[in-house]
Design a protein around this ligand. Structure first.
Ligand SMILES: *[C@@H]1O[C@H](CO)[C@@H](O)[C@H](O)[C@H]1NC(C)=O
Ligand SMILES: *[C@@H]1O[C@H](CO)[C@@H](O)[C@H](O)[C@H]1NC(C)=O
Length: 390
């Protein structure tokens, strides 16, 4: 049917073009996803239907496909912008009111602004920032646990997100928090808060680091994503974590994470003991942030999976390079410090990324940041090569 319609108009170009051209013109995001077992990291340069990712337009389309698979298999649904989002700033308290389908919720975030006239850039920090935010950048502290509770496995369906969408909604806490970040930015775009909505970063550490990674991946208005010590569920790849576990490491895996908390959708349960059947992995989650800024900080702690985070982020950096933005992503792991205490040794890479992506210093040098205490050969985890996407 489709060809009988386009053929008369596009006969010469369509018939002579390779199949990938078809994909550019028609970026249909699939609603079902492959679940074929594959112990290697999935190839981000091939569509699920086998077509190659050859152009930037294809890559944008592939990102949509990756996002849809992650939502379906891991995270749960991400609702579209609600019908009404309003906000007010009173002192340092930003109140966000949201209505949808006859229900309303209200939540707050506290804003700490730099001195002087703005608009200022700001970093949205889950539960407060665990990394040093410079005096020239604001901090917007979000109590993400009020949006989706994360006490333990019994927290399923609890929090303001679920008050609005129902306790049976498929969202896990990570994607519910990402939704709240989007609503904060909605308000920054419409209310004069002195914060520039085009220069927003997001950060969090540990479980909140997993959340920061997800928010950066799913909210394109986030200019800089700074996950800190996020480990498995964030900067680690499920498949590499499983291979580390099989090698005897004390590491968080998909099968453990679903027993600990409600960060992921109930849909993820089906994959927890067979993460090798997921259509994607977290090298592709990180690549959803591209071309925007992403700097992943890690720690050399077994549970976080040093080999897994380094292998996963090294692969993500190679994807950034393949799509033409090699300097917009870095990863850095230093050991010998407490979990979530930011070591001064990582200050240069943090400063460089903040300068470039939040303070408009285009000359800030974010090139080649690949620092790790774990030595990882990524060819062990991939069976494909990196193209150059024109
Ligand atoms: C936001 O919601 C709160 C709680 O329902 C309410 O008290 C407040 O008036 C609302 N603010 C606006 C601006 O609608
Ligand atoms: C940075 O650039 C943005 C977008 O062009 C602009 O809105 C903002 O005012 C600039 N901020 C700073 C701190 O220079």
């Amino acid at each position: 049917m489709k060809y009988s319609i386009v053929l008369p108009f596009l006969a010469t170009t369509v018939l002579s073009a390779p199949l990938v051209q078809e994909r550019q013109a028609d970026c249909t995001v699939p609603t079902s996803f492959p679940t074929t077992a594959n112990s290697k990291l999935p190839n981000p340069f091939v569509f699920f239907n086998g077509n190659k990712v050859a152009t930037q337009a294809d890559w944008t389309c592939k990102q949509k496909e990756i996002a849809a698979a992650l939502l379906s298999q891991e995270l749960g649904d991400l609702p579209a912008k609600p019908s009404t989002v309003t906000g007010t700033l009173s002192g340092s308290t930003l109140t966000i009111n949201v209505s949808q389908g006859g229900k309303s919720i209200s939540f707050t975030a506290s804003i700490k602004k730099p001195s002087g006239t703005g608009p200022h850039p700001a970093i949205i920090a889950y539960g407060g920032a665990s990394l040093p935010v410079p005096a020239t950048v604001g901090t917007i502290t979000l109590d993400n646990g009020a949006i989706a509770v994360q006490n333990d496995k019994g927290s399923r369906g609890k929090g303001k997100f679920f008050d609005l969408y129902g306790s049976g909604h498929s969202a896990g806490a990570l994607i519910a928090w990402s939704w709240a970040v989007s609503r904060i930015i909605d308000v920054l775009e419409t209310v004069d808060t002195g914060i520039d909505p085009k220069r927003i970063g997001v950060t969090g550490c540990s479980r909140n680091g997993k959340g920061a990674m997800i928010a950066g991946a799913f909210e394109p208005r986030v200019a800089l994503t700074l996950p800190q010590e996020s480990g498995s569920g964030g900067a680690a790849c499920w498949r590499i974590s499983d291979s580390e576990k099989a090698a005897g490491k004390n590491i968080q895996t998909a099968s453990q994470i679903v027993t600990e908390n409600v960060w992921f959708s109930p849909n993820f349960q089906a994959f927890s003991s067979k993460a090798n059947t997921l259509a994607t992995d977290h090298h592709e989650l990180a690549a959803l942030v591209a071309p925007r800024g992403l700097m992943a900080f890690e720690n050399n702690i077994d549970w976080l999976g040093p080999v897994s985070t380094a292998g996963c982020m090294k692969t993500a950096r190679a994807i950034y390079k393949a799509v033409g933005v090699p300097d917009n992503m870095g990863y850095s792991m230093i050991g010998g410090h407490n979990h979530c205490s930011f070591p001064s040794g990582q200050q240069p890479e943090l400063t460089a990324f903040i300068n470039k992506f939040l303070l408009n210093q285009s000359s800030a040098n974010t090139a080649g940041i690949e620092r790790s205490t774990a030595t990882v050969d990524i060819t062990k985890y991939i069976d494909w090569t990196f193209p150059t996407i024109a």
